[in-house]
Ligand binder design. Sequence first.
Ligand code: 4NP
Length: 162
Amino acid sequence: MVKVLFVCLGNICRSPLAEGVLKKLVKEKGLEDEIEVDSCGTSKYHIGEQPDERTIANAKSNGIELNHKARQFEKGDFRKFTYLITMDEANKNCIERIDETKEFTDKMMLMRFFDETDKNADVPDPYFGGADGFQKVYDIIDRSVNNLLDWLIKKHDLEVKA
Ligand code: 4NP
């Protein structure tokens, strides 16, 4: 089982959206027994909350249903997940600091490592911005997650059933 954890700051905008997009693609390709997906935040600001209502509305308008309650990143996630995919450099630095022994460096990647349009740039935080920011984030995440899934299929030699 390949286990993917998306990480952002609040776990109410970017990472639950990435989780929803990847889960939909995994289902469409019949890979539910091969790929598990979750998301979390580095902060405790929104623990237990549903995604931001603007994220839910934007996701819905793009055909994505979100079913997630915010949780904070925990140390055990390093062992539990195959890949820890952070939305921006600050999230990555944060979990790198938690990995005191530098044991899990190879599992950590930036979401936009998979975006040729602006490779390794941050996925911008839409929380304090306007509605157009949410569609911009959706477009970035949709592009990146599609490329991530192609990469996972090749790397782990997964059999696409649909
Ligand atoms: P996210 O966005 O990290 O994409 O979930 C944010 C949500 C909430 C806050 C910051 C970013 N906040 O400061 O409460």
